[in-house]
Design a binder for this molecule. Structure first.
Ligand code: NAP
Length: 543
């Protein structure tokens, strides 16, 4: 347990969250001599990997790159031995604890500490941070590192209170687990989470009914235990792999192989087959034009439809799980036995789009239209209040008492996804809208953003500046750049956690909440506004 700061503590920085982003920021700032505390609502490190304990939880990036890089600590990299191509929740939580112990970071973290409010005090140029237990801390810099996907979306359903079985949201799965043996289980949602849960639970439950609305595009994971050769090669090459990955569209060690429309059908099929056989996110980055052109997109959709038909034996079930949204307009889950599980006697899938859950009774789920499903356990894999949920859960107030919730009521406003006008010295690390998170390897983006923040904090402190914030004009310019790119893709056509129906942005012109121009283009924008380039003219600095 960390040391609880006294009520009068004044710090250089408070970071909220002890996942990848919080720990990276903590280490970089303490290494530079800043006083920092991390407030973490949970009782352990890991962020998403602390909370998401559902059966089957594992990474979708290859484990070797889903870790801190040489930027974080050149001595640590390569010391950890990953067991599998995609690490399980338990393994990655173990890794987080290992890193925290090795670098003695725990002393800086207050666990079981949920931030209730963050108010900027203009007279003192300090953030006043009050936890739910009433402890107050002041800090020059306030760094929410709360994740874009951390506030669970739990559908509000009539009768859920009366349900006598067990229910939970996947991100609040009980630590002691759930005994699924012989139970009738309903899993709601078929994003990456639901698709991981179903095959695991199907092995034990009497029955699993999967309730879905819009089928996801699911790509084979092809997980395997890493051999000594994999591990030795990975350790030897990891810095080169990461350097290469930072230059690719998704910061993964895969890059486009041309465009679908300029590739002849035979070669295209061969390229897709090869990527399919390798498994993993390489399949996402095969052709560069699939989000720009419906014809290009359709080539991959055709391929997927054929694959589903070959994997799911019952034609009706295959049709139910065949996506209709354009390929890659949602973040594809990796398949670790999902399609195969649909061939089991004890698994069924129902599309509830036209017949949503009407109400829950003591023992069953009623769908609109009359169907009743008897159930013992309900798992809601229904995703998150993306981007704004965790930030809005904190009462954040900037200059003149303006509330972030209010300022962002119609849509989030920020610069590079990192800073907001009227919220000086607040850096939204990896949790700000319009960052490229869905298309990137999480740790790569986190480290790039945290380096940008670190540079600014060092600069401001060395040069005697009190505050930094973007102008509203800078925010609008960034948003226009983002929106122009996003709206030139097929992404606004699909409702997902990275789009939003807002007034003025509905249906085919949904607001896109994530940067879609690729990691290198995003990084270039950030690099153009560092202190050493022309950041001092792009951002507003006050002494
Ligand atoms: P998600 O992709 O947002 O999926 C939520 C699912 O719940 C969707 O199928 C959605 O249907 C459904 N849903 C939401 N509200 C519903 C309601 N009221 N009634 C019925 N269905 C409802 O969430 P997620 O699966 O947790 O994944 C989110 C992201 O987390 C992923 O894209 C990924 O970035 C990350 N993640 C990664 C991994 C990994 O492999 N490392 C694992 C899990 C999550 P609609 O689509 O129709 O709205």
């Amino acid at each position: 347990m960390g040391i609880t700061p006294s009520p009068s503590t004044d710090l250089d920085a408070v970071v909220v969250g002890a996942g990848f982003s919080g720990l990276y920021m903590l280490k970089q700032l303490t290494d530079q001599g800043f006083s920092v505390r991390v407030f973490e609502a949970g009782d352990g490190v890991g962020g998403a990997w602390h909370w998401n304990r559902y059966p089957g939880a594992r990474t979708d990036s290859d484990s070797m790159i889903y870790a801190f890089s040489e930027w974080f600590d050149p001595d640590l990299i390569g010391q950890w031995r990953w067991r599998e191509r995609y690490s399980t929740q338990a393994e990655i939580e173990h890794y987080f604890n290992w890193v925290t112990e090795k670098l003695d970071l725990r002393q800086h973290i207050d666990f079981n500490t949920r931030l209730a409010s963050a108010v900027f005090d203009e007279s003192g140029g300090r953030w006043v941070l009050t936890t739910e237990s009433g402890t107050t801390t002041t800090a020059r810099f306030f760094i929410p590192a709360v994740g874009a996907l951390s506030e669970p979306n739990i559908p509000s359903l009539d009768g859920l209170d009366e349900f006598t079985g067990m229910w939970c949201h996947s991100a609040r799965f009980p630590r002691e687990g759930i005994d699924f043996n012989g139970k009738r289980v309903v899993v709601v949602g078929n994003g990456a989470t639901g698709v991981q849960i179903v095959p695991e639970v199907a092995r034990r439950a009497a029955s699993v009914t999967h309730l879905i609305r819009s089928p996801y595009h699911i790509v084979p994971g092809r997980n395997h235990v890493l051999t000594n050769t994999d591990i030795d090669g990975g350790k030897r090459d990891i810095v080169d792999i990461l350097r290469y990955a930072r230059e690719t569209f998704g910061s993964f060690p895969y890059d486009f192989k041309g465009t679908a429309l300029e590739t002849d059908p035979e070669t295209r099929q061969a390229v897709l087959e090869k990527a399919w056989a390798r498994g993993g996110f390489g399949f996402l980055f095969v052709f560069a034009d699939v989000l720009a052109s419906t014809d290009a997109n359709e080539t991959v959709m055709q391929f997927l439809r054929e694959k589903i038909k070959s994997l799911v034996k019952d034609p009706e079930t295959a049709a139910t799980v065949t996506p209709t949204d354009p390929w890659l307009t949602k973040r594809p889950p990796l398949d670790h036995g999902y399609y195969a599980s649909l061939n089991r006697e004890n698994v069924s899938v129902i599309n509830i789009k036209d017949h949503p859950i009407d109400r829950i009774t003591e023992t069953s789920i009623h769908l609109d239209g009359g169907q009743e499903i008897e159930v013992d356990v309900i798992v809601f894999a229904t995703g998150f209040e993306s981007y704004t949920g965790a930030l809005n859960a904190i009462d954040i107030r900037g200059r003149d008492g303006v509330a972030l919730r209010e300022r962002w009521r119609d849509r989030p406003r920020n610069y590079l996804g990192l800073m907001s006008a009227r919220f000086p010295n607040m850096f939204t690390l990896y949790c700000g809208a319009y960052n490229p998170a869905p298309f990137t390897n999480g740790p790569s983006l986190i480290e790039q953003q945290a380096e940008w923040i670190r540079k600014w904090i060092v600069f401001l402190s060395a040069e005697g500046y009190e505050t930094i914030e973007p102008s509203e004009a800078a925010e609008e310019e960034f948003f226009s750049t983002h929106a122009a790119i996003a709206n030139s893709t097929l992404i606004p056509r699909t409702a997902s956690w990275w789009t939003r129906d807002t007034p003025g942005h509905r249906g085919e012109s949904r607001l896109v909440m994530s940067w879609t121009g690729g990691f290198p283009a995003y990084r270039r924008l950030c690099d153009e506004s560092t202190p050493e380039v022309n950041g001092t003219s792009l951002l507003q600095l006050c002494r």
